[in-house]
Design a protein around this ligand. Structure first.
Ligand code: GLN
Length: 489
């Protein structure tokens, strides 16, 4: 493995800016790393070989200090449209879909000088917690390739953890950035709902979806957020709230900082070895000067999973109705009627989990059941948000686990959907509330990464990144997975 791929985004930017290395060299070393690791990790659905040519062009123009990602190779979850490059959402139904436009976030990456190396594997339409629901086969965790990387943005997390790129983009509807970041030992940020435009992002649950970065350090995630944040008139949910410079960390220490610890998250259900690592991280925060205050989110663990899955499935059933075999992607062979064209294209094009969710989502929205399920879930959602806002009134940020367990074995719970849904216990409530959260490594349990998340007030990404930078275990984030991966490749 080339030393170049081990660098952080911040380090490689410096080397590129001074021409110590060329964009082409960096791009080639990432492509070599991809070739070396893909057989065992499978973090990518498409690799863009033309990246080398693009890098050469950049080299010809010379470094541009006004472009924060000049020459930096990144990868993008395959739910995000890339002009001229296949965008599948991990589904057979979009297996041959080549967008004719870039998503807002991709435009921003390109304007910032980034090189897009490839498209990350994911659970089909972002539905899942393990990246096993992809029509293109599962992704493996670079720390131990017999284990899942988390999901649904497992490819984006694994790509960063395996040093295939310096940062990536994912989407978080119910935890799909924070959870794979935690399980792969990297940093993942879910911005406030509306902070980042979703123009060109294939919708799953529109009232929950948000795009955000993965990186190996908090500093690098902040650079990525600064590039992609901002208002976009093409996404009506995008916010005009001013964008801050997230790369300026205002906190130099934790003195006087109040961290709220949700008591329901540090209780039964949290695996013993994960709990120990989390408690050690809390003790470290305290020894660095933070005050820990117990807070309560009474509805976030008891009712959030049920409410989330009703809202998400309802919205998914509506969003996915556009994939009908007529307008996009896969179409069945020789149907005899229009009805058969729809039915067979969808039956053959969607995987099991997606079909399950379309059925359940249609059910909870149907006349007679709407009040009992969807309306009730919307009410619970408001109460969950109120829990968060009340807790945040008493502290600067909440600090809590991301996943109840470390990365589990591939195949071990894929046949038990309910068990899989319960893995999201600490993440989905944040999406119901719309607030921002950043997940970062705090240590290892039995050799596998454990992440915790900092949750802030709406649009306080700068605040949680600044605190996260002080609380992240940078050793785990940057180094330790390398020898493990070498062994398994
Ligand atoms: N695991 C959750 C689900 O399956 C969250 C997925 C996501 O955030 N995209 O819906």
């Amino acid at each position: 493995m080339s030393e170049l791929v081990r660098a952080s985004l911040a380090q490689i930017r410096k080397q590129l800016a001074t021409r110590e290395v060329s964009a082409e060299e960096v791009t080639r070393s990432c492509l070599e790393r991809i070739a070396e690791t893909e057989p065992s990790v499978h973090a990518l659905i498409s690799v863009r070989e033309q990246a080398v040519e693009e890098a050469r062009l950049l080299d010809g123009q010379g470094p541009d200090a006004s472009k924060p990602l000049w020459g930096v190779p990144v990868t993008v979850k395959d739910v995000i449209a890339t002009k001229g490059t296949r965008t599948t959402a991990g589904s057979k139904i979009l297996g041959n879909f080549v967008p004719f436009y870039d998503a807002f976030v991709v435009q921003r990456l390109k304007e910032a000088g980034a090189i897009i190396l490839g498209k990350n594997n994911m659970d089909e339409f972002a539905m899942g917690s393990s990246t096993e629901n992809s029509a293109f086969g599962p992704t493996a965790n670079p720390w131990d390739t017999s284990r899942i990387p988390g999901g649904s943005s497992g490819g984006s997390a694994a790509s960063v953890a395996a040093c295939q790129c310096y940062a990536s983009l994912g989407t978080d509807t119910g935890g799909s950035i924070r959870q794979p970041a935690a399980l792969c030992g990297c940093v993942g940020l879910k911005p406030t709902y509306g902070r980042v435009s979703r123009y060109g992002v294939i919708a799953y649950g529109s009232s929950l979806d948000q795009v955000g970065p993965f990186a190996r350090t908090v500093e690098d995630a902040a650079v990525m957020l600064s590039v992609i944040a901002g208002h976009d008139r093409r996404d009506s949910t995008s916010s005009p709230h001013p964008v801050e410079d997230y790369t300026v960390f205002t906190r130099k220490d934790l003195k006087g900082v109040r961290l709220g610890i949700p008591k329901e998250f540090m209780a039964e259900g949290l695996d013993g070895s994960v709990a120990e690592v989390c408690k050690a991280a809390l003790a470290r925060a305290e020894s660095l000067g933070a005050t820990l205050v117990e807070v309560s989110l009474p509805h976030a663990t008891r009712h959030a999973i049920a409410a989330y899955y009703i809202v998400a499935m309802a919205e998914a059933s509506s969003n996915l109705s556009r994939f009908d075999g007529v307008r996009y992607g896969y179409r069945t062979e020789s149907p005899v009627s229009l009805d058969e064209l729809y039915t067979r294209s969808r039956t053959e094009g969607f995987g099991t989990e997606v079909q399950r969710r379309i059925l359940l989502g249609t059910y909870v929205l149907s006349a007679g059941y709407y009040d009992a399920y969807y309306r009730k879930a919307a009410q619970v959602r408001r109460i969950v948000r109120e829990d968060y806002l009340a807790a945040l009134d008493t502290c600067d940020a909440l600090f809590c686990p991301v996943s109840p367990v470390t990365a589990w074995k591939l195949g071990s719970i894929i046949d038990d959907p309910l068990k899989m849904y319960l893995m999201d216990i600490y993440t989905v409530s944040l999406n119901l509330s719309g607030l921002p959260g950043v997940s970062f490594p705090v240590g290892l349990a039995d050799g596998l990464p454990v992440g915790m998340q900092l949750i802030g007030r709406a649009f306080d990404e700068a605040g949680i990144l600044s605190l996260g930078n002080l609380l992240c275990d940078a050793n785990v984030a940057q180094q330790k997975m390398q020898p493990e991966l070498k062994k398994s490749v």
